[in-house]
Design a protein around this ligand. Structure first.
Ligand SMILES: Nc1nc2c(ncn2[C@@H]2O[C@H](COP(=O)(O)OP(=O)(O)OP(=O)(O)O)[C@@H](O)[C@H]2O)c(=O)[nH]1
Ligand SMILES: [Mg+2]
Length: 195
């Protein structure tokens, strides 16, 4: 997908807000929801963002497991949710249905889409789906170590401008870039807190 096309698409997107899609919310802590295709490092990112107390439970009515932990961003405590892998917001698998339901029901203050930086082009359609849904998105270009080994360079600032959302590069296994990711999350959670 060309950046020009991305610009045209994003220019007509609804304004993103943590008060977001008009779905029923869950009372209590603010939420940060981690989404993305299978096997891109979502759970490693989740572990980096949360403390040691994590609960794993089946999503109601399914056998799909969802992990929840607590994290503190900019002094505000939030619940962080690790979702099963999804390719699209139009669900086909039970895992995708659960991930979509979580996104729509929990009114997240921030949604982190973790992508494998080696396969960015394949993962951007989900980015556009998430933006079109009006979700407060942060794009995490993960597995940057392997992308760099392959000689792949990504214009992170350019992508950020085109998409109009924060874009960070991480190597979640070593923790590289995670501080920047935490800062972007703090901005979203803080804005939601004030708004
Ligand atoms: N080299 C490298 N490997 C990574 C990085 N992040 C995650 N991995 C590896 O990628 C594999 C998948 O990581 P997970 O966190 O389980 O991925 P996931 O997205 O949660 O996978 P599903 O829950 O199955 O969709 C593991 O072997 C991780 O160690 C990274 O930044 N660099
Ligand atoms: Mg996982």
């Amino acid at each position: 997908m060309s950046l020009g096309l991305l610009r045209r698409v994003t220019s007509v997107l609804p304004r993103r807000s943590c008060h977001g899609p008009a779905q029923a919310g869950v009372a209590g802590a603010r939420k940060v929801v981690i989404v993305g295709s299978p096997n891109v490092g979502k759970s490693v990112v989740f572990n980096r963002l949360t403390g040691s107390y994590v609960t794993v439970s089946n999503y109601p009515g399914t056998t799909v497991e969802v992990s929840r932990g607590r994290g503190r961003f900019g002094g505000i405590e939030v619940e962080v949710v690790d979702t099963p892998g999804m390719y699209s917001l139009c669900p086909i698998t039970a895992e995708e249905r659960v991930s979509r339901a979580l996104l729509m029901a929990e009114r997240p203050a921030a949604v982190i889409q973790v992508v494998d930086a080696k396969n960015l082009r394949r993962m951007l359609p989900l980015t556009l789906d998430l933006l079109e849904a009006g979700l407060p998105l942060i794009l995490d270009l993960n597995v940057m170590d392997e992308a760099e080994e392959l000689g792949i360079t990504i214009d992170t600032a350019g992508l950020q401008d085109e998409l109009g959302i924060p874009v960070v590069a991480t190597v979640s296994t070593t923790g590289r870039g995670v501080a920047a990711l935490r800062e972007r999350i703090a901005e979203h959670v803080g804005a939601c807190h004030r708004g």
